[in-house]
Unconditional design. Sequence first.
Lengths: 307, 601
Amino acid sequence: MLSYALKRLLVAVPTLFVIITLSFFLIRIAPGGPFDLIPNLDPAVAENLRKAYDLDKPLAEQYGNYLRRLASGDLGPSLAYRDRTVAELIAEGLPVSAQLGLTALCVGLFGGMLCGIVAALRKNSAVDFTVMAVAMTGVAVPTFVTAPLLTLFFGLRLGWLPISGWNNGQFAHIVLPVTALALPAIAGIARITRGSMLESLNADYVRAARAKGLPEWKVIARHVLRPACMPVVSYLGPAIAGAMTGSVVIETIFGLPGIGRAFVEGALNRDYSLILGIVIVYAALVILLNLLADIIYGYLDPRVRPG
Amino acid sequence: MSAPLLACENLHVRFTTRASEVHAVRGVDFEARAGDCIGIVGESGSGKTQTAMALMGLLADNAAASGSVRFREEEILNAPARRLNRIRGRRISMVFQDPMASLTPFLRIGEQLCEALRQHSGMSREKAKARALEVLGIVQISDPRRRLRMYPHQLSGGQRQRVMIAQALMCEPDLLIADEPTTALDLTIQAQILAFFRSLKKRVAIVVITHDLGVVAGLCDKVLVMQNGRIVERGAIERIFRAPRHPRTRALLAALPRPGRNADKLTPDSAPEAGAGSGPLLRVDDLKVHFAARARNGLRSRTVPLKAVDGVSFQIAEGETVGIVGESGCGKSTLARAVLRLIGATGGRIAWQGEELSRLSRKAMNERRKDLGVVFQDPLSSLNPRMTIGSIIAEPLRRFHPEMSREDRDAAVLNALREVGLEREHRNRYPHEFSGGQCQRVSIARAMILKPRLLICDEPVSSLDLSTRKQTIRLLHELQNRHKVAILFISHDLSVVRMVCDRVLVMHLGRFVEMAEGNTLFDAPSHPYTQALISAIPAPGLMAQQQAQRIILAGELPSPINPPSGCAFRTRCPIATSLCGEQAPAFRMLENGAQAACHYA
């Protein structure tokens, strides 16, 4: 298992390299530059700024310099936030985003699996139809629609919850963003869980377990739930990626100081080094969490355990 | 007379589907008493399995059962699960057909064995484990302590079925219901399991459900024959075999392989013209297929060759039928695939009409494929579920005769359907709408549509009911007579091979151990492995005492990663001596014209 994980991490290095290279050139192809938004900028000052941030060199040289600094762990200075390094900005924003994303993912997992299990056990009942109808809506309606609707209703109309700000992760402040971010995950996971539950309820070994005279809850808990979880675990990879892209939107809408919002602002300001830094963090997280999902999968199903 | 253990009266099972209602079981009555061993026999779809499911309260959600089932005078049909759970798994236990599918894949053997016992007796983990070891000993599994910690996929088919039986015996039940307990197994393993069931009869009453009368012979005392949900005949086993009354019983008996020479042999209309002077159609020389397998050696794992096929040579002449026989894992399917170049050979030569196939480019090889038809074992999974029967059969024509007009192609497909005994209307339907036997006919039609010169059949009838089996073999035989195609027929069942093959090759662990004319092989098998394979064919004429005299091979095929030294068969051979461990026997000609690799043949 350990050698498998190490092997996967080794493969991650070239993957990251490709992602960095692509992002590096893509953002530079985008029109505009990091200093275009500064009003009344003297051309001579702009030239000096470019020189100071290493932007006057040929692209290939810039790329080489960036990689060299990256290899020693330096993500470089931010271009838009003077006197701040990218590492500092990420260190500030990441805990916020991580708390938001992980909470949403947990809520999505537990909520989704619970809904899916209940729907499967009450197949073709009113409960089943309701859960599936809600799930269908959850999959179909994007976050940038649900988030403002939630804000309007719970924040403004009912006035129960604050509609923006982080306030050190205070519970009331994260309820709405977490809900908005978790809804698509709940919906997707509920549908997958229901499907795989129904499939594994029909397995021959479930019938064999019933023939042993086990009470139904034990049959479900021991023989049905585990295989039913497996497709959910495979879905975790995309769900994690979804939570990250979702957080970009959510943090912007709810005004949360996470790296998602920093990413959006960085993109608007053409803050090359900040964008690259966040891309690296996102990519590394997706790779790591996917590896984790695969290891959990191997734990659940002994047949796919590596050598 | 004491009260029966289980009394089933006027049992009906109805399934409601969206389209219609299916009346699967229509008034079944029977009793099982302590010490009984009852066989319920019928074709697939006769309602025998649903009868068992109704007894156990395991019917699907859309099924409704009526009538009465009493266990020790307590009504259990449609009883609430809580009451049922005091009986099932404890007083009545069940062995299911497919041990791979019926063991939970992600729980260790030990956990699965102890589950029912701990549920019913509240026994401690340690005590339950001790009992599990004891029962694994009863079902004769080697190294039981290690097995407890293994997962089902790490066991062989025969071991899995033993675990299933052990699981059913954990709580010392009064009644054991076994649903097709040997259908998924090799004949040699079937013989082991049946012998084991015979030894169980003293402990527990047994109900065996099967489509194969050969399985109940020598095991059961009473037989019930089912057709369309009804019991059409019942009686003592001797009487059923001696004087069957119902046509269905006679049909089931007729489907059995008959002992004695030539009984089932289908003779060709005309003998194949030997070679026609142009050399063999297919010539295989010293073919080797080795896979890279990982072997654990302490912490490090290293790659070792798994010799699936290890130096085999044979020829097939124009129009000849050659059979390859051996247990699962002996390399016979790998051999077929290597001949077709579906997998690469590690060494040796395959010559097709004198031209070496292994040297051909992929493109040139694909051109030769129109002369090489193939029929696989599992009929349903070898047909594309999204294609209609018609387009499945037409596909080879589209590939090799793109110039053909639509009308001509349709006509060819209709003709092919007629030849395999399917209807014109079937061409617009999909594979899942057909039975296993019909799917295999489609597979045969597809393989034959290009009029190949060689048809390779890899276990073409192993997944079919006995009677369907005979019909399918008869169909292959007719097609062969009509189109003069040579057939390479691969099977683990000698009784099937005997029906069609001119020459038979017996394969063991990647090598041939005997090669002989069909009749010679059956009348006077030279190699002890061949003798054991012939002995494993269920012989319905034999009753209990005679069954006990059959040669039953101990254990299963040794691992091809680490084969025994000398003769690879010696670990299971009844006549092996020290010489066999030192020296591998050469493949040599015997007096009766057969060739065998045994020091004592």
